[in-house]
Write a new protein. Sequence first.
Length: 313
Amino acid sequence: MAMTQTQILFPDENGLKRAAELLRSGALVAFPTETVYGLGADARQGIAVAAIYSAKGRPSFNPLIVHVADAEQAKRYAQWSETAEILASTFWPGPLTLVLPLHDGHGLSSLVTAGLPSIAIRAPAHPTAQALLAQFDGPVAAPSANPSGRISPTTAAHVMAGLNGRIAAVIDDGPCAVGLESTIVGLVNRPTLLRAGGVPTEAIEAALGHALEIGEEGNITAPGQLASHYAPQAKLRLNATEARDDEVMLGFGDVPGDLTLSRTGDLAEAAARLFDCLHQLDATGRPIAVASVPHTGLGRAINDRLTRAAAPR
Ligand code: TXA
Ligand code: MG
């Protein structure tokens, strides 16, 4: 693909105006959300959406998440339901994506949904994401801003490391607070957890008043559901208590490491640090040993990412 100069923008008035202008012109702009940096394109322009797939080197059958300011906007693209209302009013803006039937006359590129009759949609909480959506005043399709199959970016530097020269701009607004992608709940049939993420499953179940169904892996072609997604180049060994041979160690709680997800065993801190730690350890070129992380709350999403990163490939 053609190389372009990637502009680094700041989240001030000029930067946001420029970013919105670039999106309108069909260019790609990476921007911060509370979860990870997204690689944004105007969701109505097929060519722009196609450019996302080529910049990421992503298999084109993977549908993307559409970002909107709020539930009012979401209703233009998705068929709303009582359950959608409960979840959106509890967790939006925030790290929750809803998969809903597409609304007639939605006007979105069919590449966004990969031709599915449903749409994945969310209202991000990050003030800069919100400011960009307000300035752009339209739906923004955005997967994580990393080359396909690689670790998700939680800083603008991560974005540049993977996509410099392949996208028009990145808005640099520091590290992402949550550090894990959004939780995805399918509402096309019974409420189904399609991907663990930034909102703990327990919180969603509490809001619904019942348990979620668990999505079939590979049921829908969700890259978050492909076994070796989120992979660093290095080999990963999980549930390690200490480094062996030439491994570098990622610690958690009482288990120390070259880096630690959280010395105090705080799962929110661990989630926020996960991808950055993997980026840093991967850069050493050595295999990575990872301490075990409890499988509760955000720990489920962390373990999901770690298991995929460790999957044979
Ligand atoms: O936190 C996040 O969700 C980040 C930020 C940028 O918002 N975005 C993100 O997007 O993680 P991406 O493209 O890496 O993941 C999109 C996920 C995939 O697992 C995809 O298959 C699923 O959403 N998805 C999209 N449309 C779907 C649909 N109609 N049905 C089921 N899954 C869908
Ligand atoms: Mg991704």
